[in-house]
Design a protein. Structure first.
Length: 153
């Protein structure tokens, strides 16, 4: 009887652990703050105005399971015409952290367009590290993103 109780306890704990780990909220594919992709910054403005500009809920679109804000209707339309041209790399998570195989939040004021692709970083110090070897970090980040991104879908 004692063995039966031990086995039952083991299986009960196993199922509690299994369901508690399965119920964790997965990271969204695109980095979000308060449900808005890249903290509400206009991803098109990085390319067209060469600066980080906050978007507005007046010019929002839901695309690929994310809510995107834009600073103008024109930027929203540019995005909708060709989203792949404007989305940040690595789902908008920190590019430098991804080069190390990690997910990290970003501050969209720290960014760089390299070869027509947008890369976001965590802060000024991380951006300074990123700038020292962009091609090398991209190579590593691409490898890690290929392995990690399917977990987000």
């Amino acid at each position: 009887m004692k063995r039966l109780v031990q086995n039952f306890s083991f299986f009960l704990l196993f199922f509690i652990f299994l369901f508690s780990t399965c119920s964790k909220e997965p990271k969204p594919y695109y980095y979000q703050e308060k449900g808005i992709v890249i903290a509400g910054y206009d991803t098109v403005a990085f390319f067209t105005q060469n600066r980080a500009i906050k978007g507005s809920s007046q010019h929002q679109v839901t695309w690929d399971n994310g809510v995107w804000y834009f600073s103008s209707e024109q930027n929203k339309e540019l995005f909708l015409a060709s989203p792949a041209d404007y989305v940040p790399q690595y789902g908008g998570y920190c590019a430098w952290a991804m080069s190390k195989g990690n997910f990290s939040k970003v501050d969209p004021v720290y960014w760089k367009i390299h070869e027509n692709k947008l890369y976001l970083n965590y802060n000024k110090n991380i951006t300074q590290k990123w700038l020292k070897n962009i091609p090398g970090f991209i190579e590593n980040a691409d490898m890690h993103w290929k392995k990690l991104s399917p977990q987000l879908r």
